[in-house]
Design a protein around this ligand. Structure first.
Ligand code: NDP
Length: 487
């Protein structure tokens, strides 16, 4: 198997023969070779995207929308095949890839496909004149993706970009090259002009080439804060537009009047879904001291029942960590937690067998970890771990917990559990985070904007808000009288 590029409507290995092996995180068996794009490949992708842009921007919104909605239907018709590919690439349970990854990619295409015909400017009645605005596309947009939600990230970027009349060149993470190609095929089969959605494979250097290329108008990254800073600096040098969806260390606050069963469910979703490799995870779980012991008991009990194992088994609830290197990084954080005085209540070890007794020692499996006796200043409570590691902290007052929750350079997400309606809103309104939940966690419907405050990002994905980030506004003044001139 070779993971090729997809340029000008066709799979291609490109001009550069250099490649490397992509591994299945569940057993570290090779899945295939991945191509690495070079300058000529990028040039070919940009030329083809420019041609497609000229064709695509002259279509009506309804015509563009029809292509997006057809592509969504194609993805849904291949749900099982694409979900399996995602599971092999990422290591996440097939139950997740089926229910969330591919479906949310299709949701994005349907949502923005339906919206395409309605993208419009405004009319202004002026004295003896009128004005209007047009929302025009930017040109070629580059999408650069992380490895945790490959097809979802590709679709969340492509859907609004294409609905607005742009073309896109997408670079998946070097660790997950598979499913962006499925999206590219779906667009072609749905009637998109060749080059409308090109895929170039490769590592961060390929991403940097896209950022630097003068023919590319906008960069949208999903990735870490440190990559976001580099991309921002590169884009600023050419005054390109950017959308940055970055990392976090988000708080989940459980008040004493919360429904404890629901709150425990949310804390688990906020830390262990996709092996904890989710940007918006609520990894600092603040629990009111009055319910702390009860909450912790239930959390530990239910966490130890998580069915960890073969990601391709429909009964599995937690799969494998993306790579050996990332697993070692998470393990270092766990060691740091132990040495800083936190108590590892459960997990944090590499299990040899899965929940059905199968040998999983060759895969990157890590039992979900809970740390108690934590302190806000510990590394595990400050740094994004991006793995199944939950830190639980106690608090006494509302004012105290709001201050501690906000004491971070990140601001992607936040959650509050309470049955007091007024308190729920009051607290959420004071939390410095772009994406918040009351009495749930990590739910991301396409209708709601998604993005971060502070160092967690710039701009928003999903919802009507995304349209602003993929269009530029043109103002037109139309004179109905004479030109008044002092000359
Ligand atoms: P990275 O920042 O390492 O990589 C993200 C993408 O950027 C990859 O495709 C990577 O290439 C590319 N890249 C790396 N360096 C450069 C560069 N200098 N110029 C251009 N592109 C570059 O993130 P991960 O892939 O490790 O993903 C995990 C991170 O993503 C976490 O911090 C997580 O919080 C964040 N994330 C944010 C989300 C959000 O919506 N806010 C959602 C999901 C994840 P390659 O890796 O192939 O070398």
């Amino acid at each position: 198997m070779i993971y090729t590029h997809f340029i000008d409507g066709a799979l291609t290995t490109g001009l550069n023969r250099r490649s490397w092996i992509n591994y299945n995180p569940a057993n570290n068996n090779p899945l295939g070779e991945v191509c690495q794009a070079n300058d000529e490949d990028i040039e070919a992708a940009v030329n083809s995207s420019e041609k497609a842009f000229q064709i695509w921007k002259s279509k009506t919104g309804a015509e563009r929308g029809r292509v997006l909605i057809t592509a969504a239907n194609i993805l849904r018709s291949r749900l099982e095949q694409i979900a399996l590919s995602e599971t092999q690439d990422v290591g996440k349970p097939i139950s997740e890839s089926l229910a969330v990854d591919v479906s949310s990619a299709a949701d994005a295409l349907e949502y923005f496909g339906g919206m395409a015909a309605g993208i419009h400017g405004e009319f202004f009645d002026l004295k003896n004149a009128f004005g209007y605005t047009r929302r025009e596309p930017l040109g070629i947009c580059a999408g650069i993706g992380a490895w945790n939600y490959p097809i979802q990230i590709a679709a969340w970027k492509a859907a609004p970009a294409l609905a607005c009349g742009n073309s896109m060149i997408f670079k998946p993470s070097e660790l997950t090259p598979a499913t962006a190609l499925e999206l590219a095929k779906a667009f072609m089969e749905a009637g998109a002009p060749p080059g409308l959605f090109n895929v170039v494979q490769g590592d961060g250097r390929v991403g940097a080439m896209l950022v630097d290329h003068p023919g590319i108008a906008k960069i949208s990254l999903t990735g870490s804060v440190s990559t976001g800073k580099k991309i921002f600096a590169g884009a600023v040098a050419q005054l390109k537009q950017v959308t940055l969806e970055l990392g976090g260390k988000s708080p989940l606050i459980i008040f004493e009047d919360a429904d404890i069963h629901n709150a425990v469910s949310a804390a688990m979703l906020a830390n262990f879904y996709t092996q904890g490799e989710v940007c918006s995870n609520g990894t600092r779980v603040f629990v009111n001291r009055k319910i702390f012991d009860n909450f912790l008991r239930q959390l530990k009990d239910r966490t130890e029942k998580i069915r960890l194992g073969d990601p391709a088994d429909p009964d599995t609830q937690m799969g494998a960590i993306i790579s050996k290197a990332h697993m070692e990084k998470i393990t270092r954080f766990i060691d740091s937690g132990k040495s800083s005085g936190a108590t590892l209540l459960t997990g944090g070890f590499r299990p040899g067998k899965d929940f059905k007794g199968r040998d999983i020692s060759s895969g990157n499996f890590l039992a979900p970890a809970i740390f108690a006796d934590c302190d806000d200043s510990m590394e595990i409570c400050r740094e994004e771990i991006f793995g199944p590691v939950l830190s639980i902290l106690s608090f006494d007052s509302e004012e105290e917990v709001i201050g501690r929750a906000n004491n971070t350079p990140f601001g992607l997400s936040a959650g509050v559990f309470t049955n007091d309606l007024k308190r729920g809103h009051r607290v959420i309104h004071q939390l410095q985070a772009g994406t918040c939940w009351i009495n749930n966690y990590n739910i991301t419907p396409i209708e709601l904007p998604f993005g971060g405050y502070k160092q967690s990002g710039q701009g928003r994905e999903n919802s009507l808000a995304a349209i602003q980030h993929y269009t530029q506004l043109k103002s037109v003044y139309v004179e109905l009288g004479n030109v008044e001139s002092p000359y």
